[in-house]
Design a protein around this ligand. Sequence first.
Ligand SMILES: [Zn+2]
Length: 152
Amino acid sequence: MALDLRFDGDPVLRAMAVPITVFDSGLAGLVKDMFAVMYAAPGRGLAAPQVGVSQRVFVIDTTWKEAAPTPQAFINPQIVAQSGDHAAGTEACLSIPGRAFSVVRPTWIDLEWQDLDGMAHQGRFDGVEAICICHEFDHLNGVLITDVGTEQ
Ligand SMILES: [Zn+2]
C-alpha cells in the first residue's frame, strides 16, 4: 500500500476519524506504512488522516532523530485525564510544511489505547511525548495546529 501525505486543505484532515474495530494484518500493514511515511518525512508523529485514512490510529517516535528509535502506535486512543498545568511549546506538522506554531498543551496526560492485537493499555505521558500525543490526537478529531496555536 502506497501512502501519500495529505496537506492542509484536504478534507480528510477535517473529518472525525472512526474507531478501529478490526485488528488484522491490514491494520498492522497500515501502521507499518505509517511509520515508513513518518520516518521518511522526516517527522516524530503521524496520524492516519494525514495519509488519507480516516481511522483512529496514530504513531509517534519522539527520540529517533537524536537517539535510538522508540516507535509507538496508539489505536483508538482516549485522553482520560490531564494536568491542570499547561505550557506553550513550538510545534510543526507534516501536513503544514514550513510553518511553526506555539501551542499550549497540558504538561502530562493519561492515555488509554489499544495495540495491534486489540489489547487495552493505559499510561501517563509527559514532556515531548505528551505534546506529540496531543498533537496527533487532535488530528483524529479534525483539529490542526492552525486552530489551536499561534503562528511563529
Ligand atoms: Zn500534525
